[in-house]
Design a protein around this ligand. Sequence first.
Ligand code: HSE
Length: 297
Amino acid sequence: MLEIIVPASSANVGPGFDSAGIALTRYLTIKVKKAEEWKFIHETPLVPEVNHYKNHYIYKIATKVAEWNSCTLPPCHVTMHTEIPLARGLGSSASAIVASIELVNQLCGLNLTEEEKLDFAVKIEGHPDNVAAALLGGFVISVKMGEETKYKKLPKLDMDLVVYIPSFELKTDESRKVLPKQFKMKDAATASAISNLMVSSLLTGDYKLAGKMMESDLFHETYRAKLIPNYYEIRSHARELGAYGTVISGAGPTMISFVPQGEGEKIAEKMRTIFPDYDIEKLEIDEEGLRVKTYED
Ligand code: HSE
C-alpha cells in the first residue's frame, strides 16, 4: 500500500508570471494498492467520477510517463481524496501530474531525481510554476529553458495566506486568451523589474514592498481582472485589513492575499462577512511538497 500526497499551489504571485509558485496547505492524496485490474475510487465531491479507468487523468499521465521510461505499470486500485477544487487557479492539474509521476516512480522503481520529475512534469504542463511548487514545496522560482527547467526555492517566508475561492470555474485556456501576444521592450523591462524587486523584497524581509510589487504586475493581472468579479474590491478590503498584497492565484478565479504571520485567521473571518459567497480560508505555505508513505498490507 502506497500513499502519495501533493500540495495545491498558487502560480505567478503577481509579476512572477509563469515562473513563481507557492505550495499551499491543501492536498491531493492518492492511496494505491496493486490489484487484478485498474480502478479509480473518488472519496471526494470535488472531482467527478470517470466512466472508464483509461479516461482518468492520472491513468493517462501515468501511462505516458511509464512509456517515456520504458516500463509497464501493474494494475492498481487508486483511491483519491482531494481538497483542491478544479479550475480555480489552485494547481489541481499540477498536483495530479506530480502524483502520477510519483506513482510511476514508485511502481516501476525508477529512483527519479527531483530534476527528472520536474522535467517530466513541465513536459506535460508546459510551464513550471505550479508543478515546481507542488513537487518541491515552499516558494519556488523556475524557468523553462528548452528541454531543461532551472529552479530555486526561497528560504521560508514568515507570512500567512488567505484564499478567496469563488464557486465558479475559469479554465486556464480562457484566462490566457485575454493576455497580449506581445509587449514592447520598454514595458517588458519594467514588468520584469517589478518582478525582480518583488523577489528581492521577499528575500530581505521587506514584505510591504513585496506586496506593493505583487499588486503592480504588468504581465497579466489587469487583463484578467475583467474575468474575475470583485477583483478590485477584494484587493482593497484586504489591504484595509492589513494584507501586504493580493493577487490572482494562477490563472484565477481564486484570489490570494499575503498577510502578516498570525493575522491570517482574523483577516479571513472579516473577509467572510464582506464576501459571504466565497470559500475564504487561511492557509500557509507548505514547505514540504510531494511526500510518499508506504505501508505493509
Ligand atoms: N502561470 C499560469 C497562468 C498558471 O497564469 O496562466 C496557470 O496554469
